[in-house]
Design a protein around this ligand. Structure first.
Ligand SMILES: Nc1ncnc2c1ncn2[C@@H]1O[C@H](COP(=O)(O)OP(=O)(O)OP(=O)(O)O)[C@@H](O)[C@H]1O
Ligand SMILES: [Mg+2]
Length: 277
């Protein structure tokens, strides 16, 4: 038999809450993961849940506030985020099982896998145009990843599916941006590629998709206000990945059917490809 060109190819795949809204989306996504595995790829999954968390917070009368694309997270918001993300995680693992994929759902806390520390206050501009520092409260940044648990899952043919609630060394929990977790987990498992599946067809500028971007391009796009909101932590995660062993990041639209297979297996010209230079 011919050697499979993708054998052992590790890819960190992160998908956002908006990317997969309905059962149909989730089913197709799971089929794509099954196809990747059949081609010899070893995927590791990280997911977010932004829109669902916001919806549930509003349902409970909590105020949703974001600064630089990050959710200001008090204790009540952390509780909601953890509950919602755990529920979504279960749905993903079930959808994967239906597609014949053995997966293990987990938070970043499990087995001390993703270590987070409280994020320092972030600089932003208030309604009056003044620069201010905002404390995001229970928001963490990643300070380390223990790859042991992930390695044992991967080598037994199980796909880790991680949601981004992480703890510090004292066990205090934090809400971490899922793209950030993806970049650090990708580094820990030695993934040379990362795919960020979101709800837009890539980085957009004046309504059209930028086909490829370097880190210098990203700096310019942030500075000129093209990249805002949730796209800011996303491109910063691309930077983290590319400066730590990843060779390429693909940004894809989860709303485009089978975009993962079309990009990763067929090499179609969709989405934005981000490289260091
Ligand atoms: N230049 C840009 N091009 C494309 N999207 C942009 C740009 N600037 C800001 N955005 C916003 O970034 C959003 C994607 O980030 P967002 O955090 O909302 O989703 P996600 O990361 O896929 O999901 P989650 O946060 O649930 O993991 C887009 O829906 C869009 O509104
Ligand atoms: Mg996001």
């Amino acid at each position: 038999m011919m050697a499979d060109v993708s054998a052992g190819r590790r890819i960190l795949i992160k998908f956002g809450g908006n990317a997969l809204s309905g059962e149909g989306d989730l089913g197709r996504f799971a089929e794509d993961i099954a196809s990747l595995i059949s081609s010899g790829i070893r995927p590791v999954l990280v997911h977010g849940g932004g829109p669902e968390i916001s919806q549930e917070m509003e349902r409970r009368g909590l105020r949703v506030k974001k600064v630089s694309g990050l959710r200001v997270t008090d204790d009540a918001a952390l509780q909601v985020a953890a509950e919602v993300l755990e529920r979504i995680n279960g749905q993903i693992v079930e959808a994967l099982a239906r597609a014949g994929v053995t997966a293990q759902g987990m938070s970043g806390c499990e087995g001390g896998t993703v270590i987070a520390d409280r994020m320092a206050p972030v600089r932003t501009v208030d309604d009056h145009g003044n620069e201010v520092l905002v404390d995001l409260d229970r928001v963490g940044e990643v300070s380390g990843v223990n790859g042991g648990h992930l390695e044992s899952l991967i080598s037994s043919g199980t796909v880790p599916v991680i949601y981004p609630i992480c703890a510090d060394r004292q066990g205090r929990e934090y809400n971490v941006n899922a793209d950030t977790v993806a970049a650090h987990v990708g580094r820990a498992v030695g993934a040379k590629e990362m795919a960020l599946v979101t709800d837009v067809p890539g980085i957009l500028k004046s309504g059209s998709v930028i086909r490829s971007a370097s880190l210098a391009d990203i700096d310019r796009l942030i500075a000129d206000g093209t990249i805002t909101g949730g796209m800011v932590p996303k491109v910063e995660a691309c930077r983290t990945a590319l400066l730590n062993g990843a060779e390429i990041v693909y940004m894809l639209n989860g709303k485009e059917q089978h975009s993962l297979v079309r990009k990763l297996l067929k090499g179609e010209n969709i989405g934005t490809r981000i490289t260091a230079v």
